[in-house]
Design a protein around this ligand. Structure first.
Ligand code: MN
Length: 136
């Protein structure tokens, strides 16, 4: 058994290259040995979101706090709430973030590929795309 204490690592700021607005990353699990599973707790301030991206082995999100928005390319922006779990298929182009006026915290679970890559980052989500939600 090994306990990693909450204060073992500092919260990291999501880099502006990959995120719009203020996003905070807390690594929960970079599993040891051969496992490539990664678990992060991600905190998005209101209006903050990822850039468009894909994951080589897909990604599971579990909404913990607040109100969020997710979108798969070619589909509508969807509002998500605490308790909701979202799965993105491998290679599926998508983004995730907070609602315009509410923060959001999710857990993110995904696997890195053999080269250690867990995401391929694309362009930022424009304000117009972010705002294109039917029933916010
Ligand atoms: Mn993702």
């Amino acid at each position: 058994m090994n306990i990693t204490r909450a204060n073992a690592a500092a919260t990291k700021r999501g880099p502006a290259e990959y995120f719009t607005g203020n996003v905070w990353l807390d690594e929960i699990a970079a599993a040891p040995n051969a496992s490539r599973v990664r678990v992060l707790r991600v905190t998005f301030e209101p209006g903050a979101r990822t850039a468009w991206h894909t994951h080589p082995h897909g990604q599971l999100l579990h909404i913990v706090v607040g109100v969020g928005r997710v979108q798969k390319a070619g589909e509508s922006v969807v509002e998500v709430s605490p308790g909701d779990t979202i799965w993105f298929e491998p290679g599926e182009r998508h983004w995730h973030g907070a609602a315009a006026n509410r923060a959001m915290v999710h857990l993110a679970v995904h696997q890195a590929d053999e080269a250690g890559c867990a995401a391929t980052w694309l362009e930022h989500v424009t304000d117009a795309d972010y705002a294109a939600i039917r029933n916010p």
